[in-house]
Design a binder for this molecule. Structure first.
Ligand code: ADP
Length: 518
């Protein structure tokens, strides 16, 4: 029986010819797929001779098809892996495929490549294995990425260990101080002494945590710079004030040189002071006692250059750039004694970058001192423009007692803040949850409510909304007290009806400023 099929030109063809043509088309399509594949696709006979070679193979191994076909497949195998081939061929003879076997092969130029190999038996129409087809994929990139991830992970673990260590350091003296307070009772001299220790240590911890948060904020683009025309003399004054204790501890001599004409930049004064203070702190930390630190501000064309130079331990040339990387410490063992996480300069460099400036480290080598220079673009056409520096916050006392309500589910946080506010002439009540605070507010009429956000049962947002509904409290100031200080957190509190947003731990100056507003 001769069936017939429509051929493309419309004539009928005998079925065997039509089927062959169809098979040819399938083959041509498969050949096109093989040819265009990014992976190397190779076939070989059972005695290990290469019988086909696609363009992917040419790219991966460097041999052309003419060079490869007819050659033993062992030319791709590095000598130390020759034993792999008999094992692979053995499995193929038994008809077993090999899936994603990760190994190493050698290119024509002798270089080794990491590949993932899949090999399947080629079977003839009688079901007999006559050869093998191999697909090899270049996994160098993947391996490199995995390696990079491992390295990041290693650095992260090392960082966490350092962090734990650095946070534990100040905790020990704080705990000791608490014990001293408990044991010695109200002895004014002891209290004053212990208080100093606790203050210093808490400030240290706050700085560490602030730096960490700041880095993460900058890296996620969430930092809110508050640029304004800033006179660099005031930046320097604030920075020196911050670093003074460390400079004095090291008995260093600090010389500051400012330009005759004031230099003004567009910047966030707090951040800029932070950058300079950081450089001064480092100069003090990495200079043996009794060194010299020179701080110079000068004009260089359209830029201001702030230089901090020291006579300290210096920096090896290979490390000059690396000190700005996160968690870099030139000599970890030695650094531990100095206290630090290796993030100060990373932070400084990010902040300077945000101001359109740059920072550079210079040193003639170990033991020969260091210099850090920050360049900032000057404010256009106003180098003589001057703004009063902010100076230190003074500490006026509050005349009349101000009724204040503190709401925080952390009893210690609430009561210690309450004590502090009492010292600042507040008439303070505390509550440890939303419902009891609202009950208290039916009779107590505070001028100020300091309200923690994260509380079980009823959170701070809800409490604030309820307070806003209380008509007898329409002039009360409600301030959020929280560990979250990013712009979106501030937006949320604004929307919930808060007047202000303070981040924990609240410092004395903030509280005083707040009370002055009442
Ligand atoms: P930290 O001081 O917390 O370790 P930094 O990021 O501020 O972190 O500094 C990174 C490293 O750069 C320091 O650990 C130190 O090895 C080196 N370094 C910074 N400033 C100086 C300096 N003035 N002299 C010598 N080395 C310094």
């Amino acid at each position: 029986v001769v069936r017939s099929l429509e051929a493309r030109d419309g004539r009928s063809l005998p079925v065997d010819i039509a089927e062959r043509r169809k098979a040819d088309e399938v083959n041509a399509r498969l050949a096109a797929i093989v040819a265009s594949s990014d992976d190397a696709i190779i076939s070989k006979s059972l005695d290990g001779v290469i019988t086909s070679w696609n363009r992917g193979a040419e790219r991966l191994f460097g041999y052309t098809a003419e060079e490869a076909i007819g050659q033993p497949v062992t030319m791709l195998i590095p000598p130390e892996r020759f034993n792999e081939e008999p094992t692979i061929l053995g499995r193929i003879r038994r008809g077993e495929p090999i899936d994603h076997y990760e190994t190493v092969r050698r290119r024509k130029d002798g270089e080794l490549v990491d590949i993932s190999l899949s090999v399947s038996p080629i079977v003839n129409c009688e079901g007999v294995v006559v050869g093998a087809s191999k697909i090899a994929r270049d996994i160098t990139e993947r391996k490199r990425a995995v390696e990079a991830l491992r390295e990041t992970d290693r650095r992260k673990n090392e960082f966490l260990a350092t962090l734990a260590h650095e946070l534990r350091n100040p905790l020990a003296p704080i705990r000791n101080s608490l014990n001293v307070l408990r044991l010695s009772g109200p002895n004014a001299i002891v209290v004053a002494e212990v208080q100093e220790v606790m203050e210093r240590q808490v400030n240290h911890m706050v700085r560490l945590v602030d730096d960490l948060l700041e880095i993460s904020r900058i890296n996620t683009g969430k930092i809110d710079l508050r640029p304004e025309p800033v006179e660099l003399a005031s930046v320097v004054r604030n920075a020196v004030e911050t670093s003074r204790p460390l400079i004095d501890t090291g008995r260093h001599e600090l010389t500051t040189t400012l330009p005759a004409t004031p230099l003004t930049v567009d910047g966030d004064p707090v951040r800029l002071s932070q950058v300079v203070a950081n450089l001064l702190n480092n100069a003090a930390k990495y200079t043996p006692a009794g060194g010299r630190i020179t701080l110079t501000v000068r004009r260089e064309g359209s830029e201001a250059a702030i230089s901090v130079r020291d006579t300290g331990i210096g920096i090896a040339p290979t490390m000059l750039r690396r000190v700005f990387e996160m968690f870099t410490q030139v000599d970890r063992e030695r650094q531990h004694a100095q206290g630090g996480l290796g993030i100060g300069l990373a932070l400084a460099s990010l902040l300077v970058g945000l101001h359109g400036g740059r920072i550079e480290a210079r040193s003639e080598g170990e033991g020969r001192g260091s210099e850090f220079v920050v360049w900032l673009p000057l404010r256009a056409g106003s180098s003589a423009e001057s703004l009063e520096g902010r100076g230190a916050v003074d500490v006026p006392t509050v005349a009349a007692k101000i009724p204040i309500l503190v709401i925080d589910d952390n009893r210690d946080a609430a009561s210690s803040l309450g004590m502090l506010l009492k010292v600042l002439h507040g008439e303070v009540r505390t509550a440890n949850d939303g419902p009891s605070a609202l009950r208290l507010l039916e009779t107590f009429r505070p001028r100020l409510v300091l309200l923690d956000l994260g509380m079980p049962e009823m959170d701070g947002y809800e409490v604030a909304r309820q307070i806003r509904k209380m008509t007898h409290l329409n002039d009360v100031i409600v301030v959020a007290l929280t560990g979250w200080g990013q712009e979106e957190d501030r937006r949320r509190t604004r929307e919930a009806g808060f007047d202000d947003h303070l981040t924990k731990p609240v410092n004395l100056e903030c509280l005083q400023a707040l009370l002055r507003r009442l």
